[in-house]
Ligand binder design. Structure first.
Ligand SMILES: C[S@@+](CC[C@H](N)C(=O)[O-])C[C@H]1O[C@@H](n2cnc3c(N)ncnc32)[C@H](O)[C@@H]1O
Ligand SMILES: *[C@@H]1O[C@H](CO)[C@@H](O)[C@H](O)[C@H]1NC(C)=O
Ligand SMILES: *[C@@H]1O[C@H](CO)[C@@H](O)[C@H](O)[C@H]1NC(C)=O
Length: 516
């Protein structure tokens, strides 16, 4: 495993860098072994010798008490690919959340070990937690916490049931709207209308870019390889298989059968690739649009897909995944990735604003100001510099891929941006990024899977999705600590449902941007 790219972290995050480094380097590997090594001593030795992760050192370094130790172990066990666990940048320790009090393994031998015992002969490494009375209190608290978490899990299940009921009602309503032809998803596109889209995926270069994006590809791989119990003997559908990479991961993870579908010409390469890797008995490739073909099976247990676009929803490929889900997913089946958050925040980069906008006022002595009207409304995909970010991010939409329906992919959301800069400053742009759980926290806890997530935010390892940036025509002045209020509205372009209109309302201004 190669070291992750860390250079883009601000130097003030040295502490977080260490953690991320440790995590990306050692944990995915270690974790696979953690599951096999039952003896505490063997595990400790293995981690120290093979992965240079010394649990005793960690207990010392972070001054962990019993409580902290339990959370750290559960964190390590439940988290595989944490390249971009955004909270690292804000929270002092990544396992701070009370969620990590819930054991990942039943009867985990490591949790039945007293951290102080681990430090043992090497001398006590616990700070305040070393007091035996304190230790007891903490253990009691931890037990209470576990009981509370179980109750919460039950409450969530009830909540899910309720949502299912609402969804079922929604489906009936949707069926009616769709008959009147106003739904406007990509399913309604004729094949010739969608030709340009699929020919863009026919060339090898776009697949090379995606495969080389390690944050993306390794997250899918880590999820599948570290959760063989999810895939064993299952029938898997890969919506938009491209070169077939996800299908091959699934086959390696133990799937009984994988059906890989793609409408683009790249599928002919995928056929060769699958044969070259002797996986033709497991993987069936079908050329066609998922909306147009008939699968050789009635139902599948799992749907996997890499459908995410700029601004998450651009390309509207999620429409096709939902189509496949509603038609082919067996009861109790799952869609992965399963949860994503779209977030938005403010940029203060006056220089950049002048370079893009004021520039047109005087071009070699001529006034070209009318060009601003063309420049502003086009969203830009670029990597932002961390020192230009001046607000906390705020979540504007959460998408649960197992439940969301097509109509919810168009939405409006009011937001408040808390300005973090310590002096008064100017908002020149708004940017968006997204966070993706291939397997979300609650699913992973309920099903005891490993969590895998990554983010496309500007403060973590960059991905080929970069960030999506919206220039404000007139920069907005804000005060330190102010909460800037606004509203965002996302609509599909009716003429081309694969492109989007994004409207921002900020102070008394309204601007619509296209993403195409
Ligand atoms: C982002 S690429 C992902 C490729 C591959 N799964 C990977 O991870 O490298 C999406 C692929 O889905 C295909 N695709 C998109 N919508 C589709 C649809 N409705 N039916 C069939 N294939 C589709 C595209 O042609 C493209 O190859
Ligand atoms: C943020 O505040 C610092 C001073 O604390 C100032 O130098 C900098 O220009 C401000 N950034 C922006 C983008 O306004
Ligand atoms: C995702 O968004 C929801 C709110 O919609 C929030 O509760 C959750 O904490 C967010 N997750 C992350 C990791 O940001």
């Amino acid at each position: 495993m190669e070291p992750a790219e860390l250079s883009c972290f601000p130097s003030s995050c040295a502490h977080s860098q260490r953690l991320i480094h440790m995590a990306t380097y050692c944990l995915p590997v270690c974790l696979l072994f953690f599951r096999l090594l039952s003896s505490v001593k063997a595990t400790l030795q293995h981690c120290t010798a093979e992965h240079q992760v010394n649990l005793v050192d960690l207990i010392r370094k972070y001054n962990l008490d019993d409580y902290g130790y339990i959370k750290m172990i559960n964190f390590i066990r439940s988290t595989v690919s944490i390249y971009d666990y955004i909270h690292f940048l804000y929270a002092p320790l990544p396992w701070e959340s009370e969620d990590f009090l819930q054991p990942v393994l039943q009867d985990d031998p490591l949790l039945q070990t007293d951290p102080e015992e681990l430090c043992g002969s090497e001398g006590s490494c616990l700070a305040s937690g070393a007091d035996p009375h304190n230790a007891l209190v903490h253990r009691a608290q931890a037990a209470e916490e576990r009981a509370r978490s179980s109750e919460e899990a039950l409450a969530r299940a009830m909540d899910d049931l309720h949502k299912l009921k609402v969804l079922a009602q929604g489906l009936v309503l949707n069926a009616e709207t769709s008959r009147s032809g106003t739904l406007g998803g990509v399913a309604e596109l004729r094949e010739d209308e969608d030709e340009a889209y699929f020919s863009s995926y026919g060339h090898y270069s776009i697949h090379e870019e995606m495969l080389k994006d390690k944050v993306r590809t390794e997250s899918y791989r880590d999820f599948m390889y570290s959760n063989p119990e999810v895939f064993r003997d299952k029938v898997v559908l890969d919506v938009g298989c491209g070169t077939g990479i996800l299908s091959m991961f699934a086959a390696q993870a133990g799937a009984k059968k994988v059906i890989a579908v793609d409408q683009s010409e790249i599928i002919y390469q995928a056929m060769d690739i699958v044969r070259s890797n002797q996986l033709e008995d497991k993987i069936t490739l079908i050329k066609g649009r998922i909306e147009d073909i008939k699968l050789p099976v009635e139902k599948v247990d799992i749907i996997i897909s890499e459908w995410m676009g700029y601004f998450l929803l651009f390309e509207s490929m999620l429409d096709s995944v939902l189509y496949a889900r509603d038609l082919y997913l067996a009861d109790g089946g799952s869609v992965y990735p399963d949860l994503c958050n779209i977030s938005l925040a403010a940029v203060g980069d006056v220089q950049k604003h002048q370079d893009r906008i004021a520039f047109w006022d005087d071009v070699y002595g001529f006034n070209m100001a009318c060009m601003k009207k063309a420049v502003v409304p086009e969203a830009v995909v670029e990597v932002l510099k961390a020192d230009t970010l001046i607000s906390e991010p705020t979540v504007i939409q959460t998408i649960d891929c197992n439940r969301v329906c097509l109509s919810e992919l168009e939405f409006s959301s009011d937001f408040h941006l808390k300005i973090t800069n310590t002096t008064d400053c100017t908002v020149s742009q708004i940017y968006t990024y997204w966070l993706l759980f291939i397997c979300s926290l609650s699913t992973c806890y309920t099903k005891r899977n490993n969590i895998v997530m990554f983010s496309t935010g500007p403060q973590v390892t960059k991905t080929h999705w970069k960030q999506t940036v919206f220039l404000l025509e007139k920069p907005v002045s804000v005060q330190a600590g102010e909460e800037l209020q606004g509203k965002i509205t996302v609509r599909k372009n009716k003429k081309d449902p694969r492109s989007l209109w994004v409207t921002f309302e900020l102070r008394d201004r309204k601007q619509t941007y296209s993403l195409q």
